[in-house]
Design a protein around this ligand. Sequence first.
Ligand code: WTA
Length: 645
Amino acid sequence: MHKDLYPVKPEIAKNAWIDESKYKEMYEQSIKNPEEFWAKQAERLEWYSKWNKVKETQFTKPVSIKWYLGGKLNVSYNCIDRHLKERGDKVAFIWEPDNPEAAVRKITYKELHKEVCKLANILKDMGVKKGDFVTIYMPMIPEATFAMLACARIGAVHSVIFGGFAPDSIADRIADCESKFVITADAGYRGSKVIQLKENIDKAIVKSDNVKKVLVVKYANTKVEMKAGRDLWYHEEVQKVSDQCEPEKMDAEDPLFILYTSGSTGKPKGVMHTTGGYLVFVSMTHQYVFDYHDNDIYWCTADVGWVTGHSYIVYGPLANGATSLIFEGVPTYPTPSRFWEVIDKHQVSIFYSSPTALRSLMREGDQFVKNTSRKSLRVLGSVGEPINPEAWAWYHDVVGDGRCPIVDTWWQTETGGILISPLPGAIGQKPGSATKPFFGVQPKLLTLEGKEVQGAGDGVLVLADSWPGQMRTVYRNHSRFEDTYFSNYPGYYFTGDGCRRDEDGYYWITGRVDDVINVSGHRIGTAEIESALVANHKVAEAAVVGYPHDIKGQGIYAFVTLKAGELPSDEVRKELVQTVRKEIGPIATPDLIQWAPRLPKTRSGKIMRRILRKIAENQPDQLGDTTTLSEPGVVQELVDNRMNK
Ligand code: WTA
């Protein structure tokens, strides 16, 4: 592993919020006296009334996580109204459309206030009340963020669904939280493709009929069907409402949003985040991890459909009064220079992206970077999966011209915000390492048996105490929350990730230790893909594992047993790919499908995934013990026919 240390650059440390000694001092305070530490941090927000207790958290059953108990605030007020006096004319969002020739939109805090108030009033007219769930299924246009903030303003709980999910996945997510309201658009663009969002919503609603109202933004001007009494055009409704809307006074522990994410088993779970602790944490991490200052132009390339978009396009940056860039397109459209051209066009100083995007651009060659200036850049960030040292070096040397520190930020949908990361002015970087814990975060490594690993070593990554941005529950399934995160290693939050700690106390995330695959930084449960495959009537059984993929980090490898009488063919393969795309969405498309006349099973009938993983990783000599299999011969068959040679 690459061990070079890139020390903190003095010119960065000089102007940074946090330098090395400040990091040490604050980290120590945050662990020794969390209540005092987090009380002080909460003053970065405006509260209608202060909390009466900072922290009440318990990691043993019954698990309970509460921060800023009794405090009252509104997220939309803190992200917008609070800034109006001093920076009302500052740009809150810059919107860069998919098509580079199309007009850029710039929305000041004053304008944002009006837009969000208007949309909040539309929602009220639609019948949305405090505590109701609103599903948002939108392209990457500013209205997606207006929708989130409008929900927050009136105390509705948003559930954003990524535009790449298919009707069945949408239906499951609508049904799980019994959402009666949907905000969508006619269609959206990605690269040169058009995504028919309204059509997908229509199909989803047929399957879960609790939806009463659908608000539709006219954006791509595609033809859509509007169902009378149910569907409303945003551009018509917006004419009828006032641009003032009093924010609702919310309790610190009132839900702000749920976001569905994949786990090792079952359907995606509704990760619930609440109001006070979440906003304190994303605001603070945004400021310190990116060393955000008032004059920065900040760009996070994620989609608002993922947690990164929630925390670091919308809530964190806006809580800090930042200018946040929303990009509708993809890194390679119209050319692989697009990211860097956008950086020059808007003078972006902080850029936050993913290893998978960087690898896909690195492959195209340096000339697409070098023909741009990028002089405005100061800090570079990475998230979503481990960044391989080659991609790190390219990011640092070519994109950043060796000038910009890289913050490799480790966190999860569940953690709400960044937990392990360098701070630009305080922590030297090692390519491939997320480095050191953020304030208040106590990582520990445990052996599989739950013994703590001291000093340098490998283990599963757990966290010993709560932080304000932590998820509070799995919506309507608190026992699943307890079982998934708190039962394997009692007293700790279990991350699902493996990790190594080196001699310098640096953390190196090694990837998931459960049945979750991380494809291009998107989490997908193998169980979900398997159940999508068996939804095809030709399939008897399927087992899905991840395998190393040059660009995506991990690819999806499916072993499929067809029903008796069905013959394997490329046509059937294509058909299965379509089945998965239809059942889940394009992000779950299998990369490789191997026909498996039989699957390796234990005598009790359990599929031996460990063995399938080794086959998919093309390491047939490391299969380990196969004697417990009911039919050991199966393995050789699969090895001989593997797709990943
Ligand atoms: C992985 C995304 C290594 C990890 C914010 C985690 C990372 C999962 C990193 C969460 C990183 C995320 N280095 N691995 N910097 N960031 N991961 O919920 O396996 O979509 O558990 O949240 O992504 O993915 P999620």
